[in-house]
Design a protein around this ligand. Sequence first.
Ligand SMILES: [Zn+2]
Length: 304
Amino acid sequence: MDEQMHRRAVQELIQKKFYGHDVLISKYTPAFPSGIEREYDRLSRQYMRLLKETIEEEIPALKEQIMKERGTYRTDSINDVLSLMLEVFNKIQERFVEKEEGFDLRRKLESFANLTRKLTIKEWKKAVRKTLGIDILDDYYMGEFYRAIMDRWVDENVSLIKSIPGDTLEDIRGIIKSGFLDGKSTTRIMKDIQHRYNVGKSRASLIARDQVGKLNAAVTEAQQRDAGIEEYYWCDCGDGRVRKSHKRLNGRKFRWDTPPVVDEKTGRRCHPGQDYQCRCRAKPVFKFGTFNAPVAGKEGDTVA
Ligand SMILES: [Zn+2]
């Protein structure tokens, strides 16, 4: 079936839902994948715990080196002790790399990407079914359609999360060295290490809470535009966490080819879900003349 015939067949199926109008606002607002977001957050904490365990395993050895030096009062041995301490530090790095290999972060992130895609498809199909009374074919969205978006997301997230232990350990190396040379107490050095670890942990958690929404937004945009949706209504999630600038956009109609300004100062523009930790969604506006998607026809006929 050629493109035009296909579009006409789809139009025949959805015609009566439009009651002669050209546009139809979705009767359903796709939900935000909060469950997957929580799972990713949990994963980020598990991942960082590997680092915490590794540091804690080596801390007694590290303390011992610091105490030994402090006990001798021999300044000429400072460099020896320092190099022993950094040896301990290198061991932390090596041990972490071993543990990290067994964790298989990439595979876990791939599974989150798949879950997010599946949920986004489910929500999109729901919006189409509730509004137009038709079912979009499942397998259309399973293949190559999302491959590029998903692969990019996984690559980006692997490098975002993986960079954290590296940065944290690099800073901890500095804390140990300067703490020791400045004569800080062992307790103080240990506290500084703990603090730096907590900073890394928060950073991992922030990434987790930002990235699922980003993928959901990217998949949603691809889906809607592919189906000939040109406009959407901005929907915030109506709770206290919605930022003012997004509340201002709530309930207003925008075009996929012209994202609205979300930051008046900088003029920055984006679609729902693309902003930092944004949980807003795009409620599609179906247009009779442009809507086109592979649908299952009446009584099992396929219009693809
Ligand atoms: Zn938002």
